[in-house]
Write a protein that binds this ligand. Sequence first.
Ligand code: NAP
Length: 466
Amino acid sequence: MTTLQVAVVGSGPAGIYTAEALIKQAAKLDPPVTVQVDVLDRLPTPYGLVRYGVAPDHPSIRSIADYLRNVLEHDSVSFLGGVHLGDDVTREDLLASYDAVVYATGAMRDRRMGIPGEDLPGSYAATNFVNWYCGHPDSDAGAFTLDAESVAVVGVGNVAVDVARILVRDPAELSRTDIPQAVLEALMASKVREVHMIGRRGPAQAKFTTKELRELGELSGVDIVVHPSEIDLGAFDPTGQSAETAESDRRVRGNLAVIQDWAGRAPAGESVAERRLTVRFWLRPVAVEGADRVSGLTVERTRLDEQGKFTGTGEFETIPAQMVFRSVGYQSVPLDGVPFDERSYTVPNADGRVLGPDGAPLPGEYVAGWLKRGPTGVVGTNKSDAAGTVRSLLADLTSEGAAARRPSPDELIARLAERGVRPVSYADWLRVEQAEAELGGTLGRGERVKIGDRVAIEALCRPPAG
Ligand code: NAP
């Protein structure tokens, strides 16, 4: 029986679902093919966005984490952590060592708003805040001091919802989650009382999903406010598009029901709630204000014109805020030597086959997940996406006439050793898991508390020899 050697670059959901699809689909071929998959990651820790993107108060994701863990523990899968494509290995190294390479490095860069003041102190990418509260090793534990009373979160997608929720939620409710201890303490000391979440279009165009949205209204000690005129589907949209979408799209219908419910609640003036979240629509940011740090966000009222074109009205408002988070989407980062489309921020591909400059598939190179289709969908979306890429890969590599190769992943390990790189194995990583469980016990915070400090993680994963 043939054994195919495949490298998957990226151990987030897309990468691990790819490994799983490879094993399952190859076993069903006639005759069956065995596969050995090496899953590489630039970080010493696996799971990508499942570990470093999912908010700590969303433990339902645990079942996905367990599922991914089972794949990494499969006999045919090896984890090679702390190996950076670009610094530690080249694309050529990988192509020489494996029958095929699947790039699944996700989308880790934030998009920018492109407005004045965006780089003022106090103006941040939501992705940095997410990295911080998830204990990402690239983020410093002291990266955020929440000394602002009022915060503006730009964007109405699920990341904006996560950021807004973490900012207004009673931090005591987070103490039983795995949130890093330093982050929990910073949230305990937070001065934030008011959060404004700002959509440049209307509620019918907002990207958030209903379950996530509903959760905002269920937070204890938080008033939630919407402006009735901004949620009137006809007020800023004379075309009737918004009302039509509300009829035809189940998610939008669900979102609107939640928002209408909020609008029907008692006015915030009568409330004694600790914190307030105001969700605004039809406002586009035009400037982050401030001299040496953020003092506000100026927004322009928007609408659709009679032809349905999105336009500014020339009416401006400055929302007082001492911190601004832009949550306007992620972007993929080009990989050294791998084709990249600078307009869509994805790797050009046909059914997961990486396309060269002439539009023809490059032998042995594939792409999956956000790097393939852009930053959309929920974690599970990557499962079917990865399965599609793997169908292409196996069709190519097992077709009659496919060139027989003699790849040797061992050579890659030897080359890494020459360069002074010792990959973190799955067993090495388990020491981090164990230390996190112990920390949870020591702090009396439950099952596990995340260790975010890179030095501490490195020391656990790659203890000095001897
Ligand atoms: P997203 O869903 O694409 O939302 C981005 C938001 O930013 C949109 O409201 C967009 O408005 C707005 N925006 C873009 N450019 C803007 C600009 N220049 N000025 C003002 N607003 C701007 O992206 P995301 O929230 O980063 O989420 C990424 C993916 O992860 C999504 O698929 C999301 O569902 C998923 N996710 C899921 C969960 C969960 O399931 N719990 C949690 C987090 C993330 P327009 O529509 O007008 O462009």
